[in-house]
Design a protein around this ligand. Structure first.
Ligand SMILES: [Zn+2]
Length: 677
């Protein structure tokens, strides 16, 4: 299983930056009441009430498809990283030092003259290598190579913890190979999906021409790519099914693959991906891999070469000349997400540096921006939240003592990571030099790949971080039963070093509770304290859990996100359970604070009110219509508005805090509310 993030990371290829400030630590930090819209009653639309002022004051900049508190923090964070890099660039950095790598890669990203003069030249050797292939064996070698440097064609290979033996890393195969992010885009017959398919075909056509294909060849290649990707999409299992870990685990001996999956030159493939020493492999989704191999066997080799070329072109597009970048933005930015303007070059370049040299940047970042005392305060908060979740487990009416004691064991075993890793990645093997921007990104991909492949058949390193310190996000990883809060998120409006408890428990407190609850959501509950996929529930408790979860599925299925499009209660279930659990656990912990006991108003609001206002403000933001549609299709999290208006109606304390009455539109009768954790 892969880690669950607090928020979807936007855009492929690049990890978005993060931010943090300690220059505000001297100032009084507080809720900004201008963020509210008090013309709306809290019980009518709490999201609008608590964040309407923010939305009004922060219209979406043209370069964004969504602009919320997270994005605003990331924006500030990018500025800080830009300053750091510019300082580095003024120095005489030794070749091979992290400083040289970071500053040179950034410079290449903003060097429009060089990028535009090169055109398609940086990808030409790779495309020529594909064009020269004549046999299936050569195709297999290329599939492995493209997976390493660009994106996965047909299916994906990676090394990661064995779900049923979580202390060991094993080889894994998974469905992959489509460029639209989700199978439904290829199969749905609504107008929006059809429009996106047409536009995607146009993108492929344009990029092939940019890469030097004739009009006729580009037209033919775009049809071929659409055909192959559509067939792959048809074979893919749905995103709802991918959330069920037991359906995504099929561990075979390598010697069984021909029989259990499909006849294929597995020995050669595994040698080429660097896994010749694998004796077993988890095929996460069998049918899609089988179908992909059938396609490899049966499609004309020229078709396969067009498809492989597309994987290279599409992955490289953002690191090439403006014609490639602009075409890419026209589709993925404008058509798919609704952005109006390409982000400035310097921001795109920072993203690339964050992606290629994330921990090298992170190390500089925490030295300058992360105050050590923030870590101490966070550790205390995490401890208080753990105590609170323990109490809530004890008080659950629907769970037996047998399952409760297992749940306590799991809670006690949480690994907690705060701020930045104890040991930093060593970037010595990664060379950043002045051949081309794309060549550097390929070497960065190779570095990451080698870093992953070296763990094959080795014990899992539980100190490893799955996010860079500068990231504005957080995660729970079921395989290691760990929660992680990078430095980037430990700042307002999540974490106020000098703030009152109400706003910190309603902010970062809920985030901590959210990540903890992932260990016990519909997916996380299937993993034990060691991170193994194993059933530690009594059958009665499991079915009681499912009954409660079903209430949430139905509740969210009923939500209309735009026009006639509904939220997807099944796909977002884990995140909705985590939001709710996070609120319950953090509120329960908050009640123990002096502030909650004294119950004194600040700026006219009770501590309980401040708690819920602080929570709502985490999700303040504006979203374009196109992005609402896209996120509803690909994001396991509810939209910001529904992380507030969907979660709070199930929290009794929220009704009390704002005196919500039966006649209020958001009111849900007590017997229809559900509390799982
Ligand atoms: Zn989450």
């Amino acid at each position: 299983m892969k880690p669950h993030f607090l928020l979807l990371m936007l855009l492929t290829m690049t990890m978005l930056g993060n931010c943090s400030q300690n220059n505000t630590s001297e100032q009084k930090q507080d809720l900004n009441l201008a963020n509210l819209d008090t013309t709306v009653a809290p019980g009518a639309d709490f999201y609008q009430y608590a964040t309407g002022g923010w939305q009004k004051a922060n219209p979406i900049p043209d370069e964004y498809s969504r602009y919320g508190t997270f994005d605003k923090l990331r924006e500030e964070n990018q500025k800080q990283i830009k300053e750091l890099i510019e300082e580095l660039s003024k120095k005489n950095n030794a070749f091979g030092s992290n400083a040289q790598k970071v500053s040179d890669l950034y410079k290449m990203g903003i060097d429009s003259v060089k990028l535009n003069a090169e055109g398609a030249a940086p990808i030409r050797p790779f495309l020529e290598e594909i064009a020269a292939a004549n046999t299936e064996k050569e195709i297999i070698r290329l599939i492995a190579k493209i997976g390493k440097y660009a994106s996965n064609p047909f299916f994906g290979f990676y090394v990661g913890p064995d779900d049923k033996n979580s202390s060991m890393n094993i080889a894994q195969l998974a469905q992959s190979g489509i460029g639209l992010g989700d199978r439904e885009y290829y199969l749905a017959d609504d107008e929006h999906s059809k429009m996106l398919r047409d536009e995607y075909r146009k993108l492929i056509n344009t990029q092939f021409k940019n890469a030097g294909y004739s009009d006729a060849d580009a037209a033919k290649a775009s049809s071929v790519v659409m055909k192959i990707e559509t067939e792959l999409a048809e074979s893919h299992i749905t995103k709802e099914m991918r959330r069920l870990p037991e359906l995504n685990y099929h561990k075979y001996l390598v010697s069984e693959l021909n029989e259990k999956v499909a006849p294929f030159d597995w020995a050669y493939y595994l040698e080429e991906v660097g896994a010749a020493n694998a004796d077993s492999i988890n095929v996460s989704q069998v049918e899609p891999v089988r179908r992909a191999i059938q396609l490899i066997h049966t499609e004309p080799i020229d078709h396969i070469k067009d498809y492989l070329s597309w994987k290279v072109i599409n992955s490289a597009a953002n690191f090439l000349s403006d014609e490639f970048v602009n075409a890419n933005f026209e589709f993925y930015g404008k058509k798919m997400s609704g952005s109006k303007e390409l982000r400035p070059r310097w921001k795109r370049s920072i993203d690339a540096v964050n992606s290629a040299l994330g921990e090298a940047v992170g190390q500089l970042y925490v030295e300058k921006y992360f105050p050590p005392q923030a870590k101490d305060r966070m550790l205390q908060l995490v401890e208080n939240l753990k105590t609170s979740l323990g109490e809530r487990i004890d008080n659950l009416e629907w769970m037996s003592d047998t399952t409760k004691s297992k749940a306590h064991e799991k809670l006690a075993a949480f690994i907690v990571k705060i701020g930045y890793p104890d040991k930093w990645k060593d970037y010595t093997p990664l060379e950043i030099k002045e051949d081309s921007y794309w060549a550097n990104m390929m070497r960065a991909a190779e570095y990451e790949y080698n870093d992953m492949i070296k763990d094959l058949n080795k014990p899992v390193d539980k100190t490893k971080w799955y996010m860079t310190p500068q990231t504005v996000n957080a995660y729970y990883n079921p395989s290691s039963n760990e929660i992680c809060f990078p430095a980037g998120i430990l700042q307002p409006p999540f974490f106020y070093m000098n703030g009152d408890d109400a706003i910190n428990y309603g902010g970062i407190g809920v985030v901590i509770g959210h990540e903890m609850t992932h260990g016990f959501d519909d997916q996380g509950r299937k993993f034990d304290k060691e991170g193994n996929l194993t059933d530690w529930w009594t059958p009665t408790d499991a079915s009681r859990f499912d009954e409660r979860a079903k209430v949430l599925v139905d509740f969210y299925d009923n939500i209309v996100v735009i026009d006639t499009v509904h939220a997807n209660g099944t796909f977002t279930l884990g995140e909705n359970i985590a939001d709710q659990g996070g609120l319950q656990i953090a509120y329960n912990a908050f009640l123990k604070t002096e502030q909650a006991k004294q119950n004194k108003k600040i700026d006219g609001f009770t501590p309980a009110q401040r708690f819920f206002l602080s929570y709502a403000l985490l999700w303040a933001g504006n979203v374009r219509d196109e992005e609402i549609l896209r996120l509803t299709k690909i994001d396991p999290h509810s939209l910001g508005k529904w992380r507030v208006n969907g979660a709070l109606p199930h929290i009794d304390a929220w009704y009390e805090a704002f005196d919500i009455k039966e006649t209020d539109p958001m009111y849900v009768p007590k017997e229809q509310r559900v509390a799982i954790w």
